[in-house]
Write a new protein. Sequence first.
Length: 156
Amino acid sequence: MRVYLFLLPIAEMGEETIYSSLPLHCTLMPWFKVNATPEELVKKVSPVFKQCGFIKLVSTAPAFFGKKKDIQVHKLAPNPPLKNLHLDLWKILNKIGVEYIDTSYIANNYIPHVTTKGRSAFRSGRRHTINSVSLVEALDSKKLSPKKLVARISLL
């Protein structure tokens, strides 16, 4: 089994770069396990992304997430296209039979946000337009790190 997540990149991600911590992004679908190569997975989910169009992200307010409320984030403004994209991806991944690492933040519990990374933050009022989704693979499936960008999927 391989472990992946889908994200909307805010900061640029290099194709061959190995990350211990990912650059600024909004998670579209959190970590899940599936028995598929990146190419096989992209082929199965690509109908969800076809002609989705740009997704506009707008940062609203800082907050703290996580079980201990110790992860600093910036929430995103309500965004029906983003929510629908998440739900459509969730439905197709369920049909494929993926196993989610943590189901706390998917489907109706999905709260779009950007985690603050040190001095890098998606501060309140900031806007960013997304035209692609990134598929990231955890190279160590138990630690979920390091990780690597394995595919970019256009939304146009």
